[in-house]
Each structure stands twice: as structure tokens, then as C-alpha cells.
Design a protein around this ligand. Structure first.
Ligand code: RIB
Length: 304
């Protein structure tokens, strides 16, 4: 099974502050750094770090060298990537002392995806291959419907969650990996269990993997629910923790790994990623994750 990640690349400008700036406030930052990022790039790197052969499709601008070099140096095949005349996407990221982040994005090249480019990319893939998507590029509805017509398996991480997702035909999807904010927006309720029921009723074949931050994750698939606790970690920067988890999980699917093992390894990889700064640079390799796992402790659920 081949793995195609079709998604965004961003130059991340990361500012560290003691708290996230509120409207009307001006704050001095303690630190500033530039990292490669973007949900597509991060997830592609995570899947490659987890041992999958990954092809990446998307677009960078004239300033995209950091992005293309990072993808190549982390063993992601970028032969299908487009280079445009404008600027690459970029993100302005505030990271607080507590490790929380707030992000705004300029899409740049990420929103230059045409129907013709999508068709040209998909021509390299066949029924049964896995397509990993996020919501940081334009033309997602067309991409999803064409991939479905070709028989690809589609995993969508609907992040960031915004109204453009309503144009995507979720009946074409196979797997959804999403967090609490995203499932509430898509499931139409505050109660997570109700949201899960609503989505399962609307899309009975959809496998839903819900990430719950420090409370771990749960996978609802084929009438079964699997839970995995989060691992204890020191939180430095949560940026790309979800991307690390999703990329690792996608890689495990391409190997046909049991879901229980896939969830455990993906959770351990995400715990390591949050203990480091930056998006793509924080993503650990599989060997490192496997070596660390015996010494890692699962977080205990909070007492009721
Ligand atoms: O998920 C983290 C990513 O979100 C960052 O790398 C940033 O580019 C934004 O896309």
C-alpha cells in the first residue's frame, strides 16, 4: 500500500511568550525561531519517521527551500511537489511558557491547488493506496471525490476545523482523526459521546479516532472501541503533537499493524514531540520511540 500525503507546507515563525497575547495587549517575546511546518509537511515527516514510504503532494513558493530540504532530508519523496511563483504558506505561532500555542496562517502556495494538478498526482496511485489529508489546502472537496473514484482509502485530519469542511463529502472518507474541538464542530453537540453517535449514524463505515490530549485517545472502528492513555511527558511545545500522532498512525495502517499497537506507538511518539520545540524538528524517529517506550509511563485518568 502506497502512502500519499497531500497537504500544506508552512514556514513557522515561532514566538515564545509567558502567555498567549490577548486582544489589545502587547507583549515582549522571550525567544523567536523559524521552523519548517504545516500540517501536511509535519504529518508526512511523521509517517516517514515511523517507517512508511511517503510521497508528498502540495505546493511551495519561491521561498520554499527550507521546506523542500526538510522533506527530502527526512526521507519524504517530493517528486510530485509543485513550485509556484508566489510565497510559501507561513504560520505565526505563539507558544506560552505552559507549552500551549495559538496560530494564525497565511496560506500562500497552499491555496494554488488546481483540479489538473490533483488529477496528475492521483494518476500515480491506485485502489487501496492510502491518502492522508488535512484542511490547510484549497480544493479539498475535489481531491476527496477524485481519490474516492480511484478507490484510494482516505484518512482525513479535519484540522483546522472551519466551514470549508462542509463542502467535503464525508461519505467518501474511511478514517477520521480529530480532536475534541473538531468533533464538537462536526458532530453538532457539546457531549463527545453524542457527537460520536451522530457521526457514526451519518457515516456508518467511518472509523473515528478521537484524540483527547492528556487523556489519551479512543478509536471507534467496526463496532469496537479501543482506548489508549497518553504517556507522561514534560510539555515544552505542543505544536505538531497531533501531526506526529496522525502521521505515525497512518504509517501503521500502511503496514497493516494492529490498531492497539498503532495507537500505543503513535501516542508515545506524540509525547516525545511535545517535549521538544518546533513542529517538524520535534518529530522523533521510530527507533527512538521504540527505545523510549519501555521507560515511559501512561498517565493515570484523573479521579472522578
Ligand atoms: O499542526 C501544527 C502546524 O499547524 C504548524 O506547523 C503550523 O504550520 C500550522 O499549520
Amino acid at each position: 500500500m502506497k502512502l500519499l500525503v497531500f497537504g500544506s507546507c508552512n514556514i513557522d515563525r515561532v514566538y515564545r511568550l509567558d502567555h498567549i497575547v490577548a486582544p489589545g495587549e502587547t507583549e515582549r517575546t522571550c525567544d523567536y525561531a523559524v521552523f519548517p511546518g504545516g500540517k501536511g509537511l509535519n504529518q508526512a515527516i511523521a509517517a516517514a519517521a515511523a517507517g512508511a514510504e511517503v510521497r508528498f503532494a502540495g505546493a511551495v513558493g519561491q521561498d520554499g527551500e527550507l521546506l523542500t530540504e526538510t522533506l527530502s532530508s527526512r526521507s519524504v519523496d517530493i517528486s510530485l511537489l509543485q513550485k509556484t511563483n508566489g510565497a510559501s504558506g507561513h504560520a505565526v505561532i505563539q507558544v506560552s511558557d505552559g507549552g500551549e500555542n495559538a496560530i494564525f496562517l497565511y496560506p500562500g502556495a497552499n491555496e494554488t491547488i488546481t483540479d489538473a494538478y490533483i488529477d496528475a498526482v492521483l494518476a500515480h496511485f491506485e485502489a487501496g493506496d492510502l491518502l492522508l489529508l488535512q484542511n490547510e489546502i484549497n480544493n479539498l472537496p475535489y481531491l476527496v471525490s477524485r481519490a474516492k473514484q480511484r478507490g484510494l482509502r482516505i484518512l482525513l485530519n479535519p484540522s483546522p476545523c472551519n466551514k470549508r469542511l462542509h463542502e467535503v463529502d464525508f461519505a467518501c472518507l474511511d478514517i477520521l482523526v480529530l480532536n475534541e474541538v473538531e468533533i464538537r464542530a462536526l458532530g453538532g453537540d457539546d457531549d463527545l459521546a453524542v457527537c460520536l453517535q451522530n457521526l457514526a449514524a451519518r457515516y456508518p463505515h467511518l472509523q473515528i479516532l478521537l484524540t483527547l490530549g492528556a487523556d489519551g485517545c479512543m478509536l471507534v472502528a467496526d463496532g469496537e472501541t479501543l482506548r489508549q492513555a497518553a504517556f507522561e511527558t514534560t510539555v515544552v511545545d505542543t505544536t505538531a503533537a497531533g501531526d506526529t500522532f496522525t502521521g505515525y498512525f497512518a504509517a501503521a495502517i500502511t503496514r497493516g499493524e494492529a490498531y492497539r499497537d498503532a495507537l500505543q506507538t503513535a501516542s508515545a511518539a506524540a509525547a516525545i514531540a511535545v517535549s521538544r520545540s518546533g513542529a517538524a524538528p520535534s518529530i522523533p524517529a521510530l527507533a527512538e520511540v521504540r527505545a523510549a517506550m519501555p521507560g515511559m509511563r501512561e498517565r493515570q485518568p484523573a479521579a472522578e
